[in-house]
Ligand binder design. Sequence first.
Ligand code: AMP
Ligand code: DBH
Length: 552
Amino acid sequence: MPIAFTPWPDEFAQRYRDKGYWNDQPLTDILNHGHDDHTAIISADKRYTYSELRYYSQRLARQLLKRGVRHGDTAIIQLPNEADFYVAYFAALYAGIVPVNALFSHNRHELLAYAQQLQPRLLIASSQHPLFTNTTFIQELAAATPDLSTVIIDGGADFAEDLQTLLHEDYTTSEPLPQPTAADQVAFFQLSGGSTGTPKLIPRTHNDYYYSIRRSVELCGVTAATVYLCALPAGHNYPMSSPGALGIFFAGGTVVMAASPDASNCFDLIQQHQVNMTALVPPAVALWLLAAPEHRDQLNSLKLLQVGGAKLSETLARRIPAELGCQLQQVLGMAEGLVNYTRLNDPDELVYSTQGCPMSADDEVRIVDQYGQPVADGEIGELTTRGPYTIRGYYNAPEHNARVFDADGFYHSGDLVRRNDRGYLQVVGRDKDQINRGGEKIAAEEVENLLLKHTAITHVALVAMADDNMGEKSCAFIVLQNGQEVPKPIVLRKYLRGQGIAEYKLPDHFEFIDQLPLTHVGKPDKVRLRAMIEAKQQQPRRDTKAIPEAQQ
Ligand code: AMP
Ligand code: DBH
């Protein structure tokens, strides 16, 4: 049985095919465009040509099938930024297995949430992750997912096979490869930053994703000569598809995997591999700008820097060409689909001050007021969209879908934007219950639910607070049970860590108040809470603490 998803209505599907957007090829076709002996991917200790990337992916695909994982099964893959991330991804696609790439920063809480929704047959993870150094988590996972039958740990573990063994030893299988899942069916799941208690999964079909990649390649001028540094978490939609590693593979270029966006390591890699393109989030840009003056000569090969994931300030944007010596491209994208780019030949003013315009002529964008009515150009409204690569629904989430997809199939992004007379968008704010912590999205409700399990806490509201480096950080407003002593931040963070959430979701700051201000419908008034923390931030600081709170 193919994975269920909300399809595009027939007349849309027909139009997207007629226009050549959907070409009914599987995503594995990305690796079939010649360039066999050209280097496809490089990481710390590995390098694969295109032939090798295909060979190892297909070999792993056969190994997975031999172990009883079947066409149409789902999988969780959690690997760090390394070449084998793409071997595992393509192996799943070749075998017709439908994976989700969990971020490496994800922890017990996130993996269990994905596993509960997908009921995967397969897990591929890494011994570098603390969850997989012993069997505790695997046992918990197995209890929640009775279908889980195959666990493969890169780097080995005494309870699972080592990915490297499957790739390099004991190759006796001649298992025939099936076809990937059908091109108009789900190829894999992307992750949503989310705004609800449970992280939502985004079903992406071969057809829609492949189109977004080909169009991105064209628009970003990617060729076989492109050397792209993947410095953001590899599974994120942006470094995967905008044009990301998959776009570079399609064009026959080279992807260099960096463990993190850390400036000094990335500068070394740029110099060593003559990288000419990369993608960052704004806080990483700020750190690169800080490090650049002393290392400018290391960046000589860099031609194009994409920035997206969170709002880039115009001040920072203007510094990029002069101080990093490369062209800037702004990207406003979402794992649900729509991607906007500034164009490579756009006038500077548009590139500095906007987040680009939709990449496809068939992306439909409506900017609407709170009643769903379109606003005039220049007015602020919510960005809603539908198109050839924007999903029509999250996986298995009928209630949420009814809220965020309207009757015309437009996805309501929760982003507050303004469109100028040239059709370019500027992000001015957000109307969704989410914190964008330097490109890492935190669903407020997810963290609130975990804090509410603490016996000393009666109410909690997580809101964004301004931060010079990250753009936004998270602040938890907490109402304690009567008579409870105010807990130290370190105690609450420890409590949350104990619940197994990703580190980036831990509140950066805590405020304790007697009661939460409420809206007229009785929900926590987050507008007021944000104003309260902003007012407090603007007060002159009396106490300068030796240790920043977030490090406690
Ligand atoms: P996600 O749905 O988790 O993939 O996150 C997508 C969201 O990231 C968008 O809806 C925006 O809120 C935010 N985002 C992405 N790129 C930008 C950008 N260039 N400027 C501002 N916000 C952005
Ligand atoms: O933030 C994002 O999700 C994002 C940003 C830039 C994205 O998904 C993309 C480009 O494709």
